[in-house]
Design a protein around this ligand. Structure first.
Ligand code: HAM
Length: 425
């Protein structure tokens, strides 16, 4: 009996050669920018104790309630594939006592797969890769502006132009409390007209009602109390300073008081970067982040403030596609060896080794092809030079080197191959 074909799990994707180069290019760019901004890489486990996400992302959020890949290990512990990166970074910060490090604030970045059991659609996967940064230990508004500017800088350097930065302030805990009470008073009398989720949210987390997709057109949504009217003086002045820094850095933004974000740990600055490219699709958020003072303490560390963002490479690639931006392709082969005859074949192995050690990307035929087919293979790989060695050439101690761009061809003594290729560049 033949088993039915096994397919890739829903909401995941294989990243194949030809596309993976784009991922590598983006990673390289992001790492370069992090270097300039002095963010250091951190790598944390793919799974964490489930409780970490319940406490940080929040028990009442969609992520924790509906989207986590949670399992029990053989020792009976509840573990969860990370749905996002911030919780783990903050856990690691507390556990490794990074608040005691000499260099403060602690500036970290990460790259890696995240897992959410969502309904797969364009731009929404069950496994996706986030690039994110976290700056922990400072509550100076300039670090908020720096974090936002790093994301904008990455997009700018990659060539994206049609972006919209949306910011909001969620205020400190007393502002949030005042706003929460106002939201409850606003929605309570008519909560029966809202979906079941919203009815639950009224008591647990009324701010999330503003983010409901089902009830977004309800009349009461438009008239809901704005957080900006409930910010106390300190929160308002903090927000003003963040905006001033952004303006001084010539980073355009719009303030949207309905931006609430889908995770519970935020306060003060919250932001998202959207793509405005035509044909980008329904989900336009490329990047999301914000401040999370209090989170370090929630996961067992001291009271240290923090701010960060995350963006997915999948959505970044869609935005590049939508704007027609081509990333440079750096994979061309410097030298393709065409060997004819057994002796030349044998000779080509140590030669390949030497070329590669000298820093060239070098390739040869492994399929027993005829000369013409080997030329074709070299062209397909966009080889810069082909190096032809046959019995005759070996006897004379020569190789023929042909530049595939100019068509120029030269006899080069075998011992001069490396220096010749180096001169040719
Ligand atoms: P988030 O808004 O849940 O925030 O996700 C950040 C970004 O991850 C989104 O803007 C989007 O680019 C991408 N993303 C989220 N879900 C998916 C998906 N299913 N498929 C593809 N891409 C997706 C966070 O994760 C926070 N940890 C961000 C943060 C860092 N806040 C402070 N520091």
């Amino acid at each position: 009996m033949r088993l039915s074909n096994i397919q890739i799990p829903r909401g995941t994707q294989d990243i194949l050669p030809g596309v993976v180069e784009k991922w590598q290019f983006i990673e390289k760019k992001a790492k370069e920018i992090c270097g300039k901004f002095q963010y250091k890489e951190i790598r944390t486990p793919i799974f964490e104790q489930t409780e970490l996400f319940q406490r940080s992302v929040g028990d009442t959020t969609d992520i924790v309630q509906k989207e986590m890949y949670t399992f029990e290990d053989r020792g009976g512990r509840s573990l969860t594939l990370r749905p996002e990166g911030t919780a783990a970074v903050v856990r690691s910060y507390a556990e490794n006592k990074m608040y005691g490090q000499a260099v403060q604030p602690v500036k970290l970045y990460y790259f890696g797969p995240m897992f959410r059991y969502e309904r797969p659609q364009a731009g929404r996967y069950r496994q996706f890769v986030q690039f994110g940064i976290e700056a922990i230990g400072s509550d100076d508004p300039s670090i908020d502006a720096e974090v936002i500017s790093l994301a904008m800088e990455l997009y700018r350097e990659l060539g994206l132009k049609k972006l919209r930065l949306v910011i909001n302030s969620l205020g400190d805990s007393s502002s949030r409390k005042a706003h929460r009470d106002a939201l409850i008073a606003h929605f309570k009398p008519s909560i029966g007209e809202f979906c079941g989720d919203c009815q639950q949210r009224l008591e647990t987390n009324p701010l999330r009602i503003l983010d409901c997709k089902k009830d977004r057109d309800h009349e009461l949504m438009k008239t809901a109390p704005s957080i900006l009217d409930y910010l106390n003086d300190e929160s308002r002045s903090y927000f003003e300073k963040v905006k001033k820094h952004l303006t001084d850095m010539q980073i355009d933004f719009v303030v949207d008081p309905t931006l609430v974000r889908g995770l519970d740990y935020y306060n003060h600055t919250a932001f998202e970067i959207m793509s405005e490219a035509e044909g980008f699709g329904a989900i336009t958020t490329l990047c999301g982040g914000g401040r999370y003072n209090g989170l370090v303490q929630d996961v067992g560390g001291p009271d240290q403030p923090g701010i960060g963002f995350a963006l997915s490479i999948e959505r970044l690639l869609s935005a590049l596609d939508a704007e027609g931006v081509e990333l440079p392709h750096e994979e061309a082969v410097d030298c393709y060896i065409i060997a004819l005859g057994d002796e030349a074949m044998d000779y080509s192995m140590p030669l390949l080794q030497q070329l590669r050690r000298e820093g060239f990307s070098a390739e040869k035929d492994y399929m027993g092809r005829k000369m013409k087919a080997q030329f074709k293979a070299a062209e397909r790989l966009h080889a810069q030079h082909v190096l032809i060695i046959g019995e005759d050439e070996l006897e004379k101690g020569l190789a023929v080197i042909k530049d595939l761009q100019t068509g120029e061809q030269k006899d080069v003594p075998l011992e001069n191959i490396v220096s010749f290729l180096k001169r040719e560049g």
